[in-house]
Design a protein around this ligand. Sequence first.
Ligand code: SF4
Length: 268
Amino acid sequence: MRCNYNCKFCLEQKTEEEQKNYIDELTELSYTKERLFLAMLHSRLAFGIERINFSGGDPLVNKPKQLTEEIAMAKGLGFSKITILTNGALLDKELVDSYAAAGLTNLTVSIHTRDADNYNELTQPKSKKDYHEHIKEMMRYAAQKPGLTVRINAAKTKDYTESVDDLIDFAKELGVQEITINEMIPANDFSRQQYEPIGNEIRGYEKTEERAWGLSLYSPKGESKGPSVAICRFGGEDFAESQSKDLYLLPNGTLSQYLFDRGEGITY
Ligand code: SF4
């Protein structure tokens, strides 16, 4: 899947050469609605999968309008959680409206900091445009839609992003319902340099659950209000192994046991 950004920490785009090859490889594999339908149907019937995530690259780069039909298809097949994971640059109000009307339940937007300069340096939009303000506007707009849960997806770095507490304040300012803060996955030199373990203490929050993959969930303490928080401690050693316990429907129509490395999954 293609992307309009070139984030310094991206798992898929480590060098320009790798990025080019990756795009070429996946352009050849470009999926059709029929293949996607087959994969979705099989994942529902054979594996009882209930959640689908349209991700990428960025899922809005190729056919943003077709995505409305795909969301409706997923809803018709009975998926209960239908998510788009996007950098948000290509969202507009019309698309948000049509995705929500088609059955989108969750919109996850990767915005890693409230500082526009740091954001641009970290994510390197290929058009050189500054999308930061636009993305925040789209998130505020989407967060008002009944039935749609909006989440910040933030990659925590040493030098480009705020503290965990400040990122949660940023989520409050945007009015979104959830925030996930991810430790850098040590995939390239940049992410290794920028890796910093996230601690357990969050101002005004208490830990409510620990799951596989080093995922911890936090809720506001007592009377305080705020978004729910997930911390993903990707730096943990068991991360790669734990991937294979899940099943992912990737945007090119491939059903795979691996989200981040290309292990041998089940392919349609
Ligand atoms: S937006 Fe996502 S897929 Fe695109 S370059 Fe950034 S991390 Fe990679």
